[in-house]
Write a protein of this length. Structure first.
Length: 203
């Protein structure tokens, strides 16, 4: 017998599963320093001539060459630092200039409404870019109940990613510390733009 989750995935199109995979991929790099396994997997990726494809090809070359310790140091310099990193990857900060502001409260209200629970032992505010990308993937896949409709996905995206994610990814592309993470910025920026245009067409 198929599991409940497998049955849910039967109701999700291959195109939507690829979108969910991209959100999970971005979240994996943005939630914590990349593991050796993630770097090895990324080094095997192949891109095409699209903007995302070129970003993936650049990431593959860098992932193949980077020392995991250097990748760890880059992540810390970008997002942690001494006191704070070069970037603050939170919706509240990008939209208000401060952490823990109204955008976070709005996200928490939507999380409660959608049945999304904060993971134990995670101390970052929920409006961290990695967490919001993971939530989008979960909505598409049906991790929090039935797979979200396109309308529900669009509502969540427009509330919690569209106002700031593209700007964050542009900053990541050009950050002084970004080497491995520069193509992550390219991939994220291009993907966010594609999502926004796709939702506009669906609307």
């Amino acid at each position: 017998m198929p599991t409940d989750h497998a049955a849910k995935l039967d109701n999700v199109s291959p195109e939507d599963l690829l979108r969910a995979d991209m959100y999970d991929f971005l979240s994996a790099f943005l939630a914590r320093p990349p593991s050796g396994i993630l770097l090895t997997q990324s080094a095997k990726l192949e891109g095409d001539d699209s903007e995302i494809g070129r970003g993936i090809a650049a990431l593959a070359r860098l992932a193949d060459a980077v020392d995991p310790r250097d990748a760890h140091s880059e992540f810390n310099a970008l997002f942690i630092g001494l006191g704070r990193g070069e970037l603050l990857p939170h919706g509240s900060y990008y939209l208000t200039g401060f952490l823990n502001e109204k955008p976070l409260a709005k996200l928490r209200a939507d999380m409660a409404r959608l049945g999304i629970e904060r993971e134990e032992n995670v101390y970052e505010p929920e409006d961290n870019i990695a967490s919001v990308c993971e939530m989008m993937s979960g909505l598409i896949r049906g991790r929090f109940g039935a797979p979200a409709t396109i309308s529900e996905q669009r509502e969540f995206f427009e509330a919690h990613l569209a106002p700031w994610a593209e700007l964050f990814f542009k900053d990541l592309e050009s950050a002084e510390t970004s080497v491995l993470y520069a193509p992550i910025g390219t991939i994220g920026r291009a993907f966010t733009s594609i999502e926004q245009n796709g939702f506009r067409m669906e609307g």
